[in-house]
Design a binder for this molecule. Sequence first.
Ligand code: GLN
Ligand code: ZN
Length: 759
Amino acid sequence: MVLASNLGYPRIGEKREWKFTLEKFWRHDIDEAEFAKRTKAIRLEALKKQQAAGIDVIPVADYSNYDHVLDTSVAFNAIPKRFGNFDHQLSLTEYFAIARGTKDHVAAEMTKWFNTNYHYIVPELDDVNFKLLDNPWLTRYLEAKAELGIDGKPVILGPVTFLKLSKLHDAHLTTAELIPLLNQLLPLYQQVVKELAANGVEWIQLDEPSLVTLTDPKQLQLYRQALAAIRAAAPELKVELQTYFERPDYLEDILNFDVDAFGFDFVHDHGTLLPELKALGFPAGKILAAGIIDGRNVWRSDFSQKTELIKDLLTVVDSDHLWLQPSNSLLHVPITTKNETHLDPTIKAGIAFADEKLGELKVLTDFANDKDVAAEIDQQQAALQALNTSEHRNNPEVKRAVDAMLQSKVERHSPYKQRVVAQESLDLPLLPTTTIGSFPQSKEVRAKRLAWRKKQISDGEYKDFIKQETKRWINIQEDLGLDVLVHGEFERTDMVEYFGQKFSGFYATDNGWVQSYGSRCVRPPLIFGDVSWSEPITVDETVYAQSLTKKPVKGMLTSAVTIINWSFVRDDLPKNIVADQIGLALRHEVKALEDAGIRIIQVDEPALREGLPLKAKYRQAYLDNAVEAFKITTTGVKDSTQVHTHMCYSDFEDILPAISALDADVISIETSRSHGESIKAFENVTYDKQIGLGVYDIHSPRVPSVEEIKQNIHRALQVIDVHQFWINPDCGLKTRNEPEAIAALKNMVQATDEVRAEV
Ligand code: GLN
Ligand code: ZN
């Protein structure tokens, strides 16, 4: 019989109960016992749902009080020394201290989990002394068994991936550094699986997603060694080796690993996995755990395609050796569409969050087992058909406009060298100073927005308040002596949501929350249909700000690719077409700003890197499309209009050609967190346009001194011509408070004046 298996379920609870429980504990509103009670209820609820959905193989220990990588670190005592020496299972307070920092110690570093928007706590392995402090996998297994009679499948982050995600001396581990650490770690994994097996666990899911990014076949040996150790410690325990987000290369070698099931992602494999499995043959007696439902996106599966895939899979293995699964943990999608009560029924019938995906999985598993699910399949196909043929997805105007755009030459009128001359009319000094866009979103700003949302204050009152803030900050910027001003983005909660609310084809969900890091959840908008522009979005606030000053005010937009990377994008069209549609909608906005007299327009590109495919061979196509969409947005303006862009990461060296190809007149990039490392990128290339390398870190409340900022400027001027250089902070200032922001900018302007005097 074909079984339905799951890889992980969201932790946050249907109404974000988890988030609120964590935050209550942090505020000391509840104690450890109450925390345990509430989080247990959340876990059991999730397990019950999976049980009720008819899932045969239910994951346990996918739950975490913060992050599963951190859980792994604390179980093995891979804890940075500054947090103490431990010989016991950590208390909650000790655990959260690592994730969030304390007043004496900075939090552990956090970074993105593969190509998702989930962030994990990076294990720091400098002088750690591995020992087993806890076996959460066993605890969770026993809980599910005792409370619900579920024979769960503990999800364990595999040792090689764990080490590859870690840092040693502030860098990722070399193979030579990894090997001795693996040797130390494996006995602890052995201890864990021994205890699991002794307590009746049948299956574990060993997650080794780093296999999909592996480029050095010599490292296959590390995984082999780890699996052998686990097998030796618990020969009766069955191991599902799980990968996701892409397919692994070196399939032939991997299929020879000594495990009982191979979990592969058949959704994000570019269609290459099955043909190769057919050619190689799947090892006899092993289970193929096929991820066939998209665990990264929210659209209903096309059952006609999935049923064909299942038939195909059954030519590779027999039905007793096939499990059907989501492509990855459902952690990356919201929990249920049930609470989306405002959504157009046609769209709602076309989306599936975690619970609905489990429903799909059950239907497909029944199909695979020759049960009669024709009615369910027909119903779903009809719903998809209705959405696909709806007006939302068939705006002939949008299609025509995008096609026409792509036929024409998507370039600025003149090359940069000529534009620079036209832009002299902006009359900017040497080393122009500016900021990235947002100013502090103070308590007051947030309170007013909330009151307005709850309809406690009128639209007019809210707008007036925003105007007041804008005016106040235009004055502050004038007083500071900045050269290019911004309106401050007080009207935006979120740089994607703000545009989503105004374009057609977008929907902001009521409850579509997904964990981003710790208790922080985000609600990515749905891009369900064709995207078009109908009226100016940002013109009012920008023109108002410009009316208050003689200095140029930058218009502020979010790029198509960033919008896409932070949304759930329709999957019936290639992503690049959706990007082009949004790019074109933004082109109208750019034009509207220019027509209203705005002379500088910034199109933010903070998430360009985030969408970068995991495998190198797909990166160029992605970057080409990003460049195309950006140019669609920005090339309709006069030579004299200056186009800016901004990116917030310091590792840009590998994508520098694409960054340059955007053909923005000015780009600002974060640099200060890389200790000047990123400036080195310019030693060997000549960048021919203007650039601002952030001269101070906005992530910290610390106010940088004039001297420090001058040093940063000097360092940059060693590799970049003074006529090309701009002075700005690393990123927007919305998370800083007002005194900090002003003090830092004051020093930045003074540092600039002093450097100008030297040249
Ligand atoms: N303009 C935005 C801001 O200043 C850019 C934010 C970002 O780069 N993430 O807030
Ligand atoms: Zn930024």
